[in-house]
Design a protein around this ligand. Structure first.
Ligand code: DGY
Length: 322
């Protein structure tokens, strides 16, 4: 008999084929995710769940699935959407997709940084709105990047990939990371510092930490007040790492020069959010890992996590192995 698996959104077909051999798949086909009620219905009786970072996998949902549930494979490296304590208690394995989205996400952080600093979206709008009448000595200026300092909060795979890019741009890196044991990475001109120093010395600040109780609202009014008024903040990590009201105030008052956000809190950002009124903010819809290659690899890893979990074997990419 085949295993029963729910996939909460359409995923690349090679991964679906991989699963189909051993599983009866119920794959949600709509563009928008299932409502909570439908989600609770869909998971009932399933042995495997392949879930998105936007799905809330809490105790209620795990309970609704039932005692036969063996594995939750998140189609993401982040897993702050999953109640790990509940999964542990219920003996459910949890997997993620580390490594394959490192370069892709670092690219997007860099794209946002460049776009905000060199005012790409503003410039495009300026042209389309027929404002471009002449070359202007003071038109749409940003800051030079060579010789500047990038601050990186969270120095795991993605943070390091951003530092590597910064070295190529002739920049120095300061990083804040309680879990990083090395004090410096001379090959990238990168130095470990405390949080205050990171905030105060950064000309550009990029966030690459997971969302947890230590990092929630870490970039709050106090932290923003420590930053240079010419600095630009980039967030490709999780929206809730930043206090968005405080960010709005800092950007509006000129205490911060600009922000590039791939993640917001909540997601999607409501259209009446005041951040959307600011010209010095670029917001993208959580597309850090959105390349064809990366999304295919993530799907394959999630599928492998499901298959191993269903067979009661160790997950190849585990977050939690009961
Ligand atoms: C992840 O995998 O956690 C990323 O946020 C996806 O872009």
């Amino acid at each position: 008999m085949k295993y029963q698996v729910f996939i909460s959104r359409r995923i690349p077909s090679a991964a679906v084929d991989l699963l189909r051999e051993n599983c009866d798949l119920d794959m949600w086909q709509e563009e928008l995710p299932p409502s909570r009620d439908i989600f609770l219905e869909k998971v009932r009786g399933k042995q495997g769940l392949l879930t998105m970072l936007s799905d809330r996998i809490d105790r209620g949902l795990l309970t609704a699935a039932g005692r036969q549930l063996k594995v939750v494979a998140n189609y993401a490296v982040g897993y702050d959407n999953i109640d790990l304590a509940a999964a542990r208690e219920m003996g459910v394995a949890v997997g993620n997709t580390p490594g394959v989205l490192t370069e892709t996400t670092a690219d997007l952080a860099w794209a946002l940084l460049m776009a905000v600093n060199r005012r790409i979206v503003e410039g495009d709008r300026y042209v389309r709105e027929d404002c471009w009448k002449t070359w202007g000595p003071e038109l749409l200026r940003g800051y030079e990047m060579a010789g500047k300092t990038i601050g990186i909060i969270g120095f795991g795979r993605i943070g390091k990939a951003v530092a590597r890019r910064a070295a190529g741009f002739g920049m120095r890196t300061v990083f804040y990371s309680p879990s990083e044991t090395s004090e410096e990475f001379p090959e990238w001109n990168a130095l470990k510092v405390d949080l205050d120093t990171c905030l105060a010395t950064a000309d550009f600040l990029s966030l690459h930490c997971p969302l947890n109780e230590q990092t929630r609202s870490m970039v709050n009014a106090e932290a923003l007040a420590r930053m240079k008024p010419t600095a630009i903040l980039v967030n490709t990590a999780r929206g809730a790492v930043v206090d968005s009201r405080a960010l709005y105030q800092a950007l509006k008052s000129g205490a911060l020069a600009g922000a590039g956000l791939d993640v917001t809190d909540p997601e999607p950002i409501p259209l009446d959010d005041p951040l959307l009124e600011l010209p010095n903010v670029i917001i993208t819809p959580h597309i850090g890992s959105a390349t064809y290659e990366t999304r295919a690899k993530m799907a394959e890893m999630a599928a492998l996590n499901i298959l191993h979990g269903l067979r009661g074997e160790s997950l190849p990419y585990p977050v939690l192995q009961p």
